[in-house]
Design a protein around this ligand. Sequence first.
Ligand code: ATP
Ligand code: MG
Length: 670
Amino acid sequence: MKNKKKFNLSLLNSAQREAVDHLYGPVLILAGAGTGKTRTVISRLVNMLRQGVAASEILAVTFTNKAATEMRERIQQMIPKDKAKEMTVCTFHSLCVRILRKDIERIGYKKNFTIYTASDQVGLVRKLISRHSAKDESLDHNLAISLISRSKNKGLPVSTADGSLIGDVEKSYNKELKLLNAVDFDDLLILAVKLLKDDAIIRNSWRERFKYITVDEFQDTNHKQMELIQLLSGSDQNVCVVGDDDQSIYGWRGAEIKNILEFEQFFRSPKTITLEQNYRSNQAILHTANSSITNNLGRRDKSLWSEIDSKENVRIIAMPGEEEESQFVVDEILEMTATEKRSYEDIAVLFRMNSLSRNFESKLREYKIPYKVIGGQSFFDRREIKDLLAYLSYIKNEDDDINLLRIINNPPRGIGASTVSLAVDKSKELKISLSETLHAPEFISNLSKKGASKINEFIDLIESYRSPMMADQGSFGILFKQLVEEISFVDYLARICKTDSEFQNRRNNIFEFIDSMKEYEARGKKNGLERFLDDIALQQDRDEEDESIGGVSLITLHAAKGLEFQAVYMVGVEEGILPHKRSLEEGTKEEERRLFYVGMTRAMERLTMSYCVNRKKYGEVIRGEPSSFLEELDPTYIDVMSSDEAVGAPLEDGDAQAYFSRMKEMLEES
Ligand code: ATP
Ligand code: MG
C-alpha cells in the first residue's frame, strides 16, 4: 500500500465520525457548504470496506462526471486500486445506462439504442417544428425542448389542446425517438425507473447487486431520481444521502428540494446528522456568504462557522468594462502564480452565463496561461466531431435516421437533396426506417441508374465497416481512421473552412478524436464502440465539460458546485446577470441567490467579485448596475473598490459603513 493515505478517523470531527460509523439503514447528512459532506461520505465508503462490505455491493451516485471522477480518485488514494475499481461510482445518467443496456428490451426498445444529447435534440426538434408549423406559426426550439422535457418528467402531455403546434411537435418527437431507437437524457431516467418498477426480477437483481447506496448533492435530485433510489434500495434501506438545501440550484430542471428537507417521508426514521464547522473558507468569506443566504425565506437555518483566520477581506471591484475586468483578473493570476506560489489549478473564474467566459478565454490565451472551460461549448458539439459521431452512431444503430441524414451526403457523394427527400417520403409511406428504405426495391426503382449506384456505394461503404467495427474484438478505432480516410473527410474540411487556422483547428480536433478512440479500443473492453459512444454521450450531460488538462478553471456557477479553489473570481456580478433577468420574471430569485452563495462558498482564501459599469450587448454599450445581491451583503469583511484602487495598494480597512454609498459613488464617477 505504497503512497496510500491510510484510512484515518482522527481526520474527522465527531459528527462526521458518527456518520462514518453509522453504516446501516437510512442516513441523512444535511449540512452547509464546505462542512466536509463529501469528505465524510468518502470516508464512510472506505469504512464500509473495512467493515467487510464487498466493494461490488457499493453504489455511490453523484451529479456531474467531474464529481464522480473526483470521488473515484479520492477513494483510490485510500484503498487498493483493484478494490476501488469494483465499487460503482457514477452519475445518475450513467447508472441508468447500465440498467438499460442490460434489459431495455423488456420495455420495447432495442439494446443498441442511441443516446440523444442536447444538440441531437435540437436537430430533431427543429426539424419537427418546421414540419408541423403553419405559415404564420413559430416556436422557439429551446422552449419546445424544455416544455417537452418538463412534461415528460411529469408524465403529462405539454398541451391537451388538439392540433396545437407544441402538442404536435411533442407527439412526433416522442414517436420519432422511438423509431430512431434513441432515448434522450430524460428517457434514461424515466425508462430505468419504469423497468425497475415493472419487473420484479430485474429490480431484485439490482437490489442484490447494490446493497449500499450513497448519493452526494442530494438537494438537486428530482422526483424520478428519488424514485430510482427508492426502487434500488431493498428492505435493508442502506441509503445515505448528503446535501445542503442552500445549494439547491436545479429547480429549473425539476429538482425537488423536499427530497432532502422531507427525507423522512421517503425513508423511515433516518439517522440525521448535521455538520456546522466549515473547513474550506476563511471567516471573511464564510461570514459574507452567510449574510447573503439568510435573505432566503424557505430554508433550514444553520450556524456555520470557520476557524480559518482571514488574511484579507472579500473584495468587490467596479470595473469600467469587460476588457478591464478580464485584464485585471489575468494580471492578478500572473502575479499570484509568480509571487504567492499558487498554481493555476488553484484559481477559478466563475460566471453566471457561458457567454461571459469568452473575454477571459481570449485574454488567458493572449498571455499563454493554461485554462480549462467547464460548462462551455463541448468538444463534441463541434461540427466536424458531430459529423464523425454521426457516422459512428449510424454504424452502431442503423435505425438512427437523423444521423443517417446527417452523413448521407456529407462529404458530398452525389446523393442529391431530391433523392434524400424521396427516400424520406418513401420511408414514411412504407413505415420503415430510412436505412431499410435505401435497400427497398420500391425506392431504388424510382431512381436513375446513376442515383441508384450512388446509394448502393454508400450502403456498401457503411456495411463494409459495420460488422468489423461492431465485432467484440474489433479494432474500431483503426477501422474508423480508415473510413475517415476513405471518405476524404479532411480534404473536404479543407475545402469548406474559411481560413487556414479554422482548418488546422478542425483537423486537429479530428485527429484528437480518432486518437481518443484508439486509446479507448486499447483498453480492450467488450462492446467497445458502444461503450465509447455511451461515454461520450454521458459526458455531454447538459452543462458540464471538462477537458481535464490543468490550468485556471473557467466555470459556470452551476458546474462549480462541490468544487473548491484557493482563489475565486466571480465576474459579471450585475443586476440582470446574477440574479438573471429571467429569474425576476419567473419568481426564482431565491434560486439565483443560492447560486450566488454556491459561488462564494467555493473560495478558500481569496474571494473577489466584480461587476462592469459598461457592458457590450448586441454591439451596443449598456450600463451595468451592481447586483442587488452585493448590496445585501454584510460589509464587515468587505472592501469595495474601483479597479484602479484594486491595482494599487489594498484599501485601508475599507470603511465598512460607507459601503453602499461607496458602491453608488463609483457608478457615478465612471
Ligand atoms: P460542498 O457543500 O461545497 O459540497 P462539502 O460539505 O462537501 O462542501 P468537502 O468538499 O467535503 O465539503 O470539504 C470541504 C473542505 O474541507 C475540503 O478541503 C476537506 O478536505 C476539508 N475538510 C472536511 N472535513 C475536514 C476535517 N474534519 N478536518 C479538516 N479538513 C476537513
Ligand atoms: Mg460536497
